[in-house]
Design a protein around this ligand. Sequence first.
Ligand code: B1M
Length: 215
Amino acid sequence: MSKIEEVAAAVEKGKVKIVAGLVQEALDEGASAAEILNTGMIGAMAVVGEKFKNNEIFVPEMLIAARAMKKGVEVLTPHLKAAGTESAGKLILGTIAGDLHDIGKNLVGMMIEGAGFEVIDLGVDVPAEKFIEAMKENPDCKIVALSALLTTTMPAIKDTIDAIVAAGLRDTVKIMIGGAPVTQAFADEVGADGYSEDAASAAELAKKLKADWEK
Ligand code: B1M
């Protein structure tokens, strides 16, 4: 078994205590942080999700796998963050109301930080009012980024965008959205300015939205 396969197996089985060490060993053996993340950990979470869907495992196992992944991500964080020198500006990020998933959102935040942005992370289960409050407190913030992992919480993206419109703030920011069930078609439907599929492309999108803003 390769070291990356060992990382994947440890995440899948929720072996919280050994994941960090295995990730470090994989790095020491020359594997890239992106490879460990994508092939090892995100791959393992896909297996966990599939098993959950098939009733082979339940929420506690899913939670333990998530904890194990977080331990591994902690080791990868300094390797994933590129050295952003000049600040690209502020970006408000959060997982939408009703949704507690934050691993993907945290990766997105990390990559966007790596692209030089100051990320104001509001956490999970963030109501529309909290996004609006943060926008009012940070009038220089030009991008709001919304994450959703459940089909049942996707409507909260629309609710949040609608609330931003109703607060008269829509013209002050670009809004980007993402998360496993989210699509470009959904982004178009709810009036978001951009959608991205993964954390790396989210950082690219944030840079593009900033450039569009400055045009
Ligand atoms: Co949940 N869960 N979960 N869960 N969970 C999923 C999402 C699910 C697909 C599993 C399944 O059934 N196969 C399913 C959703 C089905 C659906 O809606 N279609 C599901 C369910 C049903 C639930 C509960 C309802 C279960 C229950 O209680 N009966 C419940 C809901 C709780 C709630 O939120 N209110 C629940 C709970 C949980 C845990 C708390 C146990 C745990 C989360 C722990 C945590 O995050 N701290 C959990 C987990 C771990 C998962 C799976 C297994 C893994 C999620 C994950 O971290 N993936 C997941 C199955 C799966 O995804 N395969 C599942 C790894 C992560 C790196 O990927 O989050 O997709 P992801 O992020 C990616 C992209 O999506 C993108 O970039 C990231 C990195 O590349 N991205 C963005 C994300 N946000 C973005 C924002 C952007 C741009 C890109 O711009 C702003």
